[in-house]
Design a protein around this ligand. Structure first.
Ligand code: NAP
Length: 291
């Protein structure tokens, strides 16, 4: 197995496969030798190669776990050097642009490419942040397209299941629309809130007085800015539309507060609290089923 990009996501998958003895040899590759050395020293990969063509030679499975912004270039370089029967998958948080790049670059290898997105992670990045248990109990979304071989999807499904994930399939368009609301929008909100306070200029006092709610809500604003820039640039329409829709809701909320409309505010908060409780229950239920 070759993992391209041995940070949080690729390093964790490599570590999980290695720990479970699911691959004969795991080879890491990526941008800097320093990161690759760290991944090897941490025991996430067996060895590393700095050249992509050398890294994928002989591999039956290649996992692209690099930032979304570089996946297209990686595919262009991979097309000529993948083994004829190799499976290819990715972990990118956006699927539309990744699939478009695959169609542009992969040629005969396209049927063996299974687009994927593990819905697991933390706000940390790099191999030091990786841990083999990351995927246990988490969801992985696969978005196979018309060209994808059913056998390739089945093997990638088996791989994620073997490291403890729950695999679901959906269309590329649904993925990018739904994830824009449930993952990308919360990140935009967390970044926007912290940046808003910084831009106001009284952030020192605000932050000194910040309570648990502020830290809970803004934890994800510690995520890698380059990764989130890439996600925005590759899911522009869906994220912009989700942000605009929410801006409309916030504007209406400001109106209710200004008017002192306590009944509407109470209804809204109660509806949101009940919905949040249901989501949390469903999540707990799934975790207990797995145990
Ligand atoms: P990360 O910890 O920053 O790791 C990214 C890795 O990609 C690093 O090892 C980096 O190497 C390497 N890389 C950067 N540019 C590269 C290039 N041009 N060619 C090859 N490798 C390159 O990021 P991550 O959180 O693991 O995210 C990896 C992917 O998973 C992204 O596509 C992201 O959208 C997706 N994802 C992330 C999360 C999350 O919560 N973090 C969740 C689901 C999916 P250097 O250290 O040398 O730069």
């Amino acid at each position: 197995v070759t993992v391209v990009g041995v940070g949080l996501i690729g390093g964790s998958l490599a570590g999980a496969l290695r720990e479970a003895g699911l691959a004969g040899e795991i080879i890491g590759t990526g941008r800097s030798a320093e990161t690759l050395r760290k991944a090897r020293d941490l025991g996430l990969v067996d060895r590393y190669e700095t050249r992509l063509d050398r890294a994928v030679k002989g591999s039956q499975l290649v996992v692209l776990a690099a930032p979304v912004g570089v996946i297209s270039a990686l595919m262009a370089n991979l097309a000529g050097c993948l083994e004829p029967d190799a499976l290819l998958t990715d972990t990118g948080s956006v699927k539309g642009d990744v699939v478009a790049a695959a169609r542009r670059h992969l040629g005969e290898c396209l049927p063996c490419f299974v687009p994927g997105h593990p819905v697991a992670g933390t706000e940390r990045s790099g191999p030091e942040a990786a841990f083999p248990e990351l995927y246990r109990g988490h969801m992985v979304i696969l978005t196979p397209v018309a060209e994808t071989l059913a056998s390739a999807t089945a093997r990638i499904r088996a791989l994620w299941t073997a490291v403890g994930a729950r695999v679901i399939e959906m269309s590329v368009a649904d993925h990018d629309r739904i994830l824009a609301m449930t993952s990308h929008l919360p990140h935009m909100l967390a970044y926007a809130l912290v940046d808003h306070l910084v831009a106001r200029g009284d952030d020192d006092r605000c932050f000194d007085l910040a309570a648990g709610g502020f830290y809970d809500f803004t934890r994800i604003a510690s995520s890698d800015p380059a990764m989130w820039r890439d996600i925005c640039l590759h899911n522009r329409a869906e994220i912009a539309s989700a942000v605009r829709e929410l801006a409309g809701s916030l504007e209406r909320l400001a109106g209710h507060i200004e008017e002192g409309d306590g009944a509407t505010l109470f209804d809204m908060f109660r509806r949101a609290r009940d919905a949040r409780a249901q989501v949390a229950d469903r999540r707990r239920g799934r975790a207990e089923t797995r145990v």
